[in-house]
Design a binder for this molecule. Structure first.
Ligand code: SF4
Ligand code: SF4
Length: 386
């Protein structure tokens, strides 16, 4: 039976935190049917119901018991893409989480992540002084105001050993095309996208203000990001506080450079390759063609199209703080994606997001498919053909 007591105080707080549309929900349940949690078995799947969560929001969280369920949403946005009332479900989930985190009750597995971001400016427990160690022996210029682009490298690609390869591939491609760019380095902080979605409003604003001050002081005009999560946040969240730059994802910039004849791939990479649309690049930012155009410009690549791709792309489950969640084998969205790619006959599954690479690689390993399917970030595929 659903709760009937309304906590007006909490309801007002949630609305203030951004759940402005929660009362538009008429409980039709279409969102629940689109959610990838419906596609996997297990305890979380059995309990997770996004329609019910909207009802909890309307009631000011009365009846809310399990923080694990509220924090199971990956903020992929699939549910809200077909809501007949235009309910901004992801904003509502974030605002409800803010009610929990703001009261000091963040789930135990997320507390070290928030603690590291407070202390180091990134969620990966990486010391600030080591933020540029991903560069290895590469010569990556420091940003100066006469440069065209400031390259913002996602914290994941600064500190996660696998992910640092993505940042280096992107640098190689930008250098090959003769792009004028540089990095700022140790003074940069996390863009805060995931921190915000996890519900820590205060910490998110602290990160955003610090970055905006830094970027503006340094004379940044154009930003190119390695991750779609940073892209989305700089474009959609920072302008309200004076962070107004031209922002693009690296796939947008490279695709344009290829069209202008400033970048080409003399080598070849003879593989059957399927592209997985990251939620924050595709559905959330509307960028579907640029990565596909780039793949199509490499000799030898046979592009395969996955089912449930484009605006209907299946989430890897790494967003909204889920990259730090423990999910038993057999219950991971990424495993469905690996099966999609294997059944299609792909030799490589590529994507354009460091979180997706992480989640898909884990899923590929848990299914024991790493011998037949390679997971590569798109920049790595392109760099192989330079
Ligand atoms: S699809 Fe929209 S209106 Fe229907 S239950 Fe979900 S949020 Fe509510
Ligand atoms: S954002 Fe994605 S994971 Fe979260 S409820 Fe909607 S469809 Fe499910």
């Amino acid at each position: 039976m659903e709760p009937r007591i309304i906590s007006l105080e909490m309801r007002d707080y949630i609305a203030e935190m951004g759940a402005e549309t929660v009362n538009w929900c008429m409980q039709c349940g279409l969102c629940t049917n689109l959610c990838p949690w419906r596609l996997v078995p297990g305890e979380t799947s059995a309990k997770f119901n996004i329609r019910h969560m909207q009802r909890l929001g309307q009631l000011g969280m009365e009846g809310f018991e399990e923080e694990e369920i509220l924090f199971a949403c990956s903020t992929c946005g699939m549910c809200q893409s077909n809501c007949p009332r235009g309910v901004k479900i992801v904003d509502n989930v974030r605002a409800m989480r803010a009610g929990i985190v703001g009261a000091g009750m963040a789930p135990a597995h997320l507390r070290p992540i928030l603690g590291s971001t407070h202390a180091n400016g990134n969620p990966w427990a990486g010391p600030r002084q080591k933020r540029t160690e991903w560069q290895g022996k590469m010569e990556v210029p420091n940003f100066t105001p006469d440069m065209e682009y400031f390259l913002f490298v996602c914290c994941h690609s600064c500190y996660d050993p696998r992910s640092t390869r993505i940042a280096r591939s992107i640098v190689r491609l930008l250098q090959q095309a003769g792009v004028s760019f540089g990095v700022i380095g140790i003074e940069e902080s996390c863009c805060g996208e995931t921190i915000h979605k996890m519900g820590d409003e205060e910490l998110f604003q602290k990160l955003a203000h610090s970055n905006i001050r830094l970027f503006n002081e340094r004379g940044v005009r154009k930003i190119v990001t390695t991750s779609p999560h940073c892209l989305w946040t700089f474009k959609n969240e920072y302008p309200q506080w004076g962070g107004e730059w031209e922002v693009s994802h690296y796939t947008q910039l490279l695709s344009r450079l290829v069209k202008e004849g400033r970048l080409s791939f003399p080598g070849e990479f003879a593989r059957k390759i399927a592209f997985h649309d990251p939620c924050y690049l595709g559905r959330q930012s509307g960028i579907f063609e640029d990565p596909r155009d780039l793949l199509g410009s490499v000799a030898g690549v046979e592009s395969l199209e996955l089912g449930r791709s484009g605006p209907l792309s299946l989430c890897c489950a790494g967003g909204g703080g889920r990259i730090w969640g423990e999910v038993p084998m057999g219950e991971r969205f990424g495993e469905l994606r690996i099966t999609d790619a294997v059944e299609l006959g792909a030799q490589v599954l590529t994507t354009a997001c460091p979180y997706c690479v992480n989640m898909l690689t884990d899923a590929c390993t848990s299914l024991g498919k790493q011998e037949s399917l390679e997971i590569l970030e798109l920049s790595e595929v392109l760099a192989k053909a330079l």
